[in-house]
Design a protein around this ligand. Structure first.
Ligand code: FBP
Length: 548
């Protein structure tokens, strides 16, 4: 495999560990825990894994005697920078406790467990992937582990390979399923522990005990670098408005973090749009006003950040999408026989009055995307809707109207971008490299100490790494009951942007200034070697949340 100079140098990087994990450790047990809400129901559903105490690993004078064990690992869902370091931290932790322990990777996500598709992860292989981005060491997948049949199929191969613990690296849904699996194996007395690790660039798996999901730091730094570059171009040519959509299926953490890093002229936060019950026209008018205001001062350029999930947070669009989902699920056959040129009118005639009016107001291309591209569950694939184009087209229409009315006299030329896949497999920043390695290492200790149904947790991460605090959080502690596909289910509570949280408040305080002035910040590329203030900064979100 040919490697770049940076790859070669980076392979030798030794991720930092919390000081407590550098030598022998012992378990410090905290108080028993409770779920965030619906305690009675969740306790009943998880009789064997509910109410467990918080765990912290603290230094101990003497090393333990650990038997050799076999462990399995799964990467689940979308890629996030640092996954390979979780695996290498897990591997190193297991081998340090007993060199005869073995690690198996299940191929292409949870499906690998069910289909018995696996490989042993040896030290030669692990060394090839240290500090690299991507999930390609074993691949990832989105198969959901939820049925007893899958759990039993998985147990067959775990038994065959003598695996007594499984580490699932995933987002909120995958960790919810990890907890259900832990409960199932415990109830059946199968002797298989299940441990989760918090992954997702979206940043929406976080709570009191999990400060951030891994990958968020690196992905936001990559996006901020390119947005910064665009802003320099924008401020050099002074002739374009750049509409930039940013990944994050649901929550707007990525857009908010990038805004804090680059100081754009406009950033839309979906959670605020929903809380203020804004219509699509309200969002368009908000953007158009800023464009017109800047134009009045001769600035016919700027940047707009748009979170990927926006469309579903606009109450009127949400209702339209819900009706379209139901309608097309029932009348898919009839709809497929309607001529393309008549489809728009057909839909307009079939929807309820309000939704029909919203649908009729959409540009042709977006109206088409809403009716054609559906996922296997019959839902619109929101990430495929070009919200950046939808908004810029609608802003252009509004500005043209204002021009006729004599309210606007500028030029409005646009460029569009979507940043998502560009950042998901980047080489992890020092923060993510260290955080992930520590998460994996901590997972090995949770296993060695007999825990199941826990998520690996590393906290105090805005301090230098040797002051980080490592331990485990019972996954049931993060759960509440939510309606999924019409049924109430125990799930990990998804963390959306909090409008009374410090990161949003900081943005809200600054955004009017950033709209008027051209006060762009150009963060530049991630630095892996150099002074700590350049290389080791955590996200602005985390710093603000922790009062730094
Ligand atoms: P996870 O929640 O699994 O971490 O994935 C997040 C994400 O990157 C979203 O930001 C994005 O909407 C989605 O994955 C894209 O999915 P896919 O990789 O299937 O195209």
């Amino acid at each position: 495999m040919t490697k770049s100079a940076l790859q070669i140098a980076r392979a030798a990087y030794q991720p930092k560990l919390p000081a407590a994990l550098k030598g022998a450790v012992k378990v410090k047990e905290g108080e028993p825990t409770q779920s965030v809400s619906n305690q009675g129901e969740i306790c009943k559903l998880f009789p064997n894994t509910y109410g467990l105490p918080l765990i912290e690993f603290v230094p101990s004078g003497k090393g333990g005697d650990y038997p050799a064990i076999n462990v399995g690992v799964i990467l689940s869902g979308g890629q996030a920078p640092g996954g390979h370091n979780v695996i290498s931290g897990l591997f190193d932790g297991l081998k340090r406790m007993n060199p005869a322990s073995r690690l198996y990777g299940f191929i292409l996500g949870p499906g690998g467990l069910v289909d018995h598709n696996y490989m042993e992860l040896t030290s030669d292989l692990i060394d090839e992937y240290r500090n690299t981005g991507g999930f390609d060491i074993i691949g990832s997948g989105r198969t959901k582990l939820e049925t007893e049949e899958q759990f039993e199929k998985g147990y067959e191969i775990l038994k065959e390979l003598g695996i007594s613990a499984l580490v699932i690296i995933g987002g909120d849904d995958s960790n919810t399923n990890a907890c259900v699996l832990a409960e199932y194996y415990k109830a059946k007395n199968y002797g298989v522990q299940v441990i989760g690790c918090p992954k997702t660039i979206d940043g929406d798996l976080k709570n009191e005990m999990i400060e951030t999901s891994f990958g968020f730091d690196t992905a936001c730094k990559v996006y901020s670098e390119v947005i910064g570059n665009i802003q320099r171009d924008c401020n050099s040519a002074r002739k374009y408005w750049h509409f930039i959509k940013l990944m994050g299926r649901s929550a707007s953490h990525i857009a908010l973090e990038c805004a804090l890093q680059v100081q754009p002229n406009i950033c839309i936060i979906s959670e605020e749009v929903e809380a203020k019950n804004m219509s699509l026209d309200d969002v368009v008018t908000y953007i158009a006003r800023i464009v017109a205001d800047r134009a009045s001062r001769g600035d016919n350029f700027g940047t707009v950040l748009i979170p990927e999930g926006l469309i579903e947070f606009i109450p009127a669009m949400k209702s339209l999408i819900a009706e379209l989902n139901d309608f097309l699920a029932c009348y898919a056959e009839e709809f497929s026989h309607i001529k393309k040129s008549h489809q728009r009118d057909y839909i307009i005639s079939k929807l309820s009055k309000n939704n029909s009016a919203v649908y009729a107001s959409l540009p042709e291309s977006v109206a088409r995307q809403l009716t054609l591209d559906r996922d296997p569950h019959g839902n619109v694939q929101v990430s495929q809707i070009e919200t950046e184009k939808l908004l810029s087209e609608m802003v252009a229409t509004k500005l043209a109207q204002w021009k006729e009315e004599g309210k606007y006299n500028g030029k409005f030329a646009t460029q569009h971008h979507f940043f998502g896949y560009e950042g998901r497999c980047a080489a992890p920043s020092n923060y993510d490299a260290d955080y992930c390695y520590s998460l994996g290492y901590t997972a090995s200790l949770l296993i060695a100490n007999g825990m199941t149904g826990y998520m690996s947790s590393v906290r105090n991460t805005t301090a230098p790494a040797d002051q980080w605090v490592a331990g485990g959080v019972p996954i049931t502690m993060m759960m509440n009951m939510e309606r999924r596909n019409g049924v109430m289910k125990p799930v990990i509570h998804k963390a959306l942007v909090e409008l009374d949280g410090k990161p949003f408040l900081k943005f809200a305080e600054m955004r009017d200034t950033w709209a008027k002035t051209t006060d762009y910040v150009y963060p530049g590329p991630i630095q892996y070697f150099g002074p700590t203030e350049v290389c080791d900064q955590p996200t602005k979100t985390l710093q603000l949340e922790q009062g730094k």
